[in-house]
Design a protein around this ligand. Structure first.
Ligand code: DC
Length: 225
């Protein structure tokens, strides 16, 4: 990769579109830092639950702004106040409440400011819902990754099976549709494709094929890999 400038690659898309898997793989191939912004919303949600606050209550949830420390350790695992919480943030109690937390403007501003600080002067791949539209508006490469909702539900269902998490395909479909609605209808920074983002539909693509397409997009912008 041409190192004259730092390059930011923003990858946005809905739940279970495969963002994190391909973003992580792409970052490792390019030797870029990878930042999962969804994990940061999940860590904040965990902090709210640990403090016995109500995630449905915006004012209570806001009370932890600037009082907790969310970062990534040397292994690139997410930490909350210094503790590795990468497993805990995937549990159901967090998953079921994170959409509320992600809809609160002041919490978003707090986490966006952290994300911008982490990305400053680095080669970075960052994934989320608002990276290309808001967090890294000037990112050199912006990709919007999507897939049919049925395919995304199938992927989530298979993922749960592998992790021994009990769920049905219908539950996964319902949950993803609900998350899509909440993520794309909130007032502040809703999920949407940035005008200058390139759309990849991963419905019929393998992980490797998606990464290959991303590399082609990066090259088409004039960056040598
Ligand atoms: O990608 P994920 O499922 O780990 O994201 C968890 C939640 O956080 C999801 O409800 C969307 C929200 N989110 C967000 O609003 N903005 C981001 N940049 C990343 C995630």
């Amino acid at each position: 990769m041409d190192k004259k400038n730092f390059i930011a690659i923003a990858i946005d898309g809905p739940s279970a579109s495969g963002k994190s898997t391909v973003a992580k793989l792409l970052a490792s191939k390019l030797n870029f830092l990878y930042v999962d912004t969804g994990a940061m919303y999940r860590a904040y949600t965990l902090a709210v639950l640990n403090a016995s606050l109500d995630p449905k209550n915006e004012e209570e949830s806001n009370s932890l702004i600037n009082k907790i420390e969310i970062s990534f350790n040397d292994e690139n695992h997410i930490t909350l106040n210094g503790k590795d919480v990468s497993k805990e943030i995937r549990e159901n109690n967090v998953a079921n409440n994170v959409s509320y937390i992600a809809s609160y403007k002041n919490i978003r501003l707090f986490l966006v400011s952290l994300q911008q600080k982490i990305a400053n002067n680095k080669n970075i791949v960052m994934d989320g819902r608002d990276v290309g539209t808001y967090v890294l508006k000037d990112a050199e490469v912006k990709i919007f990754l999507n897939a049919d909702v049925e395919e995304r539900a199938k992927r989530r269902f298979n993922e749960n099976k592998e992790k021994n998490i009990k769920s049905s395909y219908e539950d996964c479909l319902e949950n993803i549709k609900k998350r899509d609605y909440i993520d794309s209808h909130r007032d502040f920074c809703p999920l949407r494709k940035a005008d200058d983002a390139i759309l990849i539909d991963s419905t019929n693509l393998t992980i490797e094929e998606v990464v290959f397409k991303m590399e082609e997009i990066i090259k088409s912008k004039g960056y040598s890999l």
